[in-house]
Design a protein around this ligand. Structure first.
Ligand SMILES: [Zn+2]
Ligand SMILES: [Zn+2]
Length: 379
């Protein structure tokens, strides 16, 4: 077994949930220390780490990002390195992404950049959509603000090692919305004495689901998925006094998701008014669209060809979201898909496991892209 597979499987055995990546962060820190970066930051936006490798001459700063967190999913696989943490496992392949970036650290340790510098970011809390933002807001991040930002995500369903690249939007914007309706309970025999949100909840479920149909044009992909609803408590003697509806909004473009958000809030307020209720809304797990920079994408494409990897350009952005969008909305960058195999179970599926065969091609591609970005003059 290669040392890269060993590291990947070690990380796989000891997964941590978002916001709780203390042990993973410690393991990675100890590993990176041996590869002598010029700077090794910790506690970035939580348990985040950043290893910096500097060149002799001035040049651009390139950030390469991977994720520390695993998911609240029970592993069903019977593998020698199965998760030792109950109910938690690496089902998005972040163990593999971390190993690829650690592999890049080895290469940079062996051969420092000629110019510029490389920041290897191990980001916390990607799965909750909060980590990227927190890293960006961390005062320490000012020391490592990059000119370019790249990341790789493995993609089951695509041939193993195929590079999936899009010029423009790669992953969709999404946002969780929780609408609370407040009325007044009463005896179930006297509903007229209270303010039940029952009809408001049912109208909101229907209205939110229909929003894309009535508020967006045919060329503006949009989706509203009602994911949860609640009405009062379970009690046959009580007419409910409160309720909530939760939905996930998705769109390819920032303008469309903004429109969906505004329309959803306005709708909840109007419906609440009809039934004498008060409505309050809260957005959570907000992921911006991940939009790739054209020049960086072209550069990745060249590197993929040079490393002998096949390239696929999807016609439309992926429906899922990635918090790397916080980086691509600030810096020129790209999120690069790497096919995990057509028979590989989907991400977040209990049977999924990152294929170790992707580690070497992933490291080679990352190294090539990074070194080529460091040569860029027009920054
Ligand atoms: Zn995921
Ligand atoms: Zn992921």
């Amino acid at each position: 077994m290669s040392r890269h597979s060993r590291l990947r499987q070690l990380l796989h055995r000891l997964p941590d949930l978002s916001d709780q990546e203390r042990d993973t962060s410690r393991t990675v820190y100890a590993h990176l220390e041996q590869l002598h970066p010029d700077t090794l930051l910790s506690g970035l936006g939580g348990f985040g780490l950043a290893a910096v490798y500097k060149g002799k001459q001035d040049g651009p700063r390139v950030l390469v990002r991977c994720e520390l967190d695993a998911l609240p999913i029970t592993e069903t696989l019977d593998i020698p390195y199965r998760s030792e943490v109950k109910g938690v496992s690496h089902k998005c392949g972040h163990d593999g992404h971390m190993t690829m970036v650690a592999g890049l650290a080895e290469r940079l340790h062996e051969q420092r950049p000629e110019r510029g510098s490389v920041v290897l970011l191990f980001q916390p809390s990607e799965e909750t959509g909060e980590g990227a933002q927190r890293v960006l807001e961390d005062a320490q991040f000012a020391q490592v603000t990059p000119e370019f930002a790249v990341a790789i995500h493995n993609l089951p369903g695509f041939p193993r090692g195929q590079v999936v690249l899009s010029k423009g939007a790669f992953a969709s914007a999404s946002s969780g919305l929780k609408i609370r309706l407040q009325g007044k309970t009463s005896h179930a025999a006297q509903p007229e004495a209270g303010r039940s949100p029952a009809l408001a909840v049912s109208q909101l479920i229907a209205g939110l689901s229909a929003l894309p149909q009535f508020r967006t044009a045919l060329h503006e992909p949009a989706q509203v998925t009602v994911v949860h609803a609640r009405l009062g408590e379970i009690a046959f003697g009580t007419s409910p006094g409160d309720g909530h509806v939760m939905a996930t909004l998705r769109a390819h473009s920032p303008a469309v998701i903004q429109l969906l958000a505004e329309e959803a809030v306005a709708m909840s307020e109007n419906i609440a008014r009809t039934y004498g209720l008060t409505a309050s809304s809260e957005f959570t797990q907000v992921f911006p669209a991940t939009v790739n920079d054209k020049q960086v994408t072209a550069l990745v494409e060249t590197c993929a060809q040079e490393t002998g990897l096949e390239i696929h350009r999807p016609d439309t952005p992926f429906a899922w979201s990635e918090d790397f969008g916080h980086f691509t909305s600030r810096y020129r960058g790209a999120l690069v898909g790497l096919g995990a195999g057509e028979t590989c179970p989907p991400l977040h599926h209990p049977d999924y496991d990152f294929p170790d065969e992707l580690l070497e091609p992933g490291i080679n591609l990352l190294e090539r892209v990074t070194r080529k970005l460091l040569e860029q003059q027009d920054v």
